[in-house]
Design a protein around this ligand. Structure first.
Ligand code: FAD
Length: 327
């Protein structure tokens, strides 16, 4: 095997957590295969940012810089990535199953005429040294093991499932890739980029998440979670019951059919703790549950449980955190 290629994703000059998760996963696979680990970073003026991979045990950082790559377009990225694949001939390509990954990976697979498995939650070799990707299907009702024939094989990985661990002791080289890209290769014109999150923190990137469920009783009451989240610099999530009721957008949903998160602190407010919800947040480092029912299943998983009315407790927490921060 010649190499494992990671496709890096970044926003506001920060790489996404899932890119480092893919790097860590790719590093383990590369070790088993005695292969090189490569990372491709596409964009404009991204050399300084890309140095970060030197701390992650990457052998080669492939830099594709061009002003036409400043904003993501699937045409531009697919063209350059297929050129990169043509030059470095990796046998395996890994990237996050984010909106970016879900857009570019199938396009790249079609361009290269190769197989792809999306949204994998595990990647391991079987006894015949075939790489097997495990992915949930039918809203998580089954787990399918996928083996891809041909090379390169493309796998996207679910966010916050694989660990991300730095590694020192490997010297990385940075290589500039000659970008051959023209305006006419790109069929979309980016007029404006609007960040729908504004100053808010993305759920899958957040260290702290405050989530609300059916116990919030209505969309207007999420205001008290927003206030707590502002003080804690947290993102706001929701259970499916809250999303189905139209109180929050699906992008906020945590769980089996929503996002998988793994923050340092997860505060569940008025969420009972169904298995489908736990499937998306049980790997959180510390779980705090606020629920008026002492028998709610969430308390079995929670590190700290507060039995009581969230409409009293959440504002009290916000006030106490504010006080503590101003000390
Ligand atoms: P409930 O179970 O109704 O719980 C509300 C809780 O609020 C109760 O425990 C109650 O005691 C508490 N409460 C009420 N008032 C207060 C108050 N004033 N103060 C404190 N506590 C209060 N669910 C997900 O979340 N994410 C998923 O991705 C997901 N995927 C699913 C996929 C499938 C295929 C299926 C079948 C279901 C899925 N579900 C998912 C739905 C899941 O089964 C539950 O229905 C859902 O998680 C319940 O949400 P909830 O905990 O907010 O509501």
């Amino acid at each position: 095997m010649s190499g494992i290629l990671i496709i890096a994703e970044y926003k506001n000059n920060n790489f996404k957590k899932v890119t480092f998760e893919a790097v860590t996963c790719g590093r383990q696979l590369a070790k088993e295969l005695n292969a090189d680990l490569l990372v491709a970073v596409l964009g404009d003026k991204i050399a300084d940012l890309s140095q970060e991979f030197a701390d992650w045990g990457v052998n080669k950082i492939i830099l594709a810089e061009n002003e036409l790559l400043k904003n993501y377009t699937s045409d531009g990225y697919a063209k350059i990535l297929s050129d990169i694949v043509g030059k470095y001939k990796p046998d395996l390509i890994l990237l996050g199953a984010t909106a970016f990954g879900r857009d570019i990976a199938p396009k790249l697979a079609a361009k290269l005429n190769v197989g792809i498995a999306n949204d994998c939650i595990a990647l391991k070799f079987d006894e015949n040294k075939n790489l097997v990707g495990t992915r949930p299907m039918y809203a998580g009702k089954i787990l399918a093991d996928i083996v891809i024939e041909g090379m390169p094989k493309i796998f996207t990985i679910r966010q916050n499932v694989f660990p991300a661990e730095k590694m020192s002791g490997i010297s990385s080289t940075m290589e500039n890739f000659e970008v051959k890209l023209f305006q006419e290769d790109i069929h979309t014109k980016i007029k404006e980029v609007i960040d729908s999150l504004g100053n808010k923190i993305e759920l899958t990137e957040a260290d702290i998440i405050v989530s609300g469920g059916r116990g919030m009783k209505g969309p207007e009451n999420f205001k008290i979670l927003d206030e707590l989240a502002d003080v804690l610099k947290a993102a706001v999530g929701a259970s499916r019951a809250a999303v189905d009721a139209g109180w929050k957008l699906h992008e906020s949903q945590v769980g089996q059919t929503g996002k998988t998160v793994s923050p340092k602190l997860y505060i569940a407010c008025g969420i009972s703790g169904s298995i489908q919800h736990l499937a998306g947040m049980s790997s959180s480092k510390c779980i705090v549950a606020i629920n008026k029912d002492p028998e709610a299943p969430i308390f079995k998983l929670a590190d700290y449980g507060i039995v009581g009315d969230l409409f009293e407790i959440v504002p009290l927490l916000t006030a106490e955190f504010k006080k503590a921060k101003s000390r």
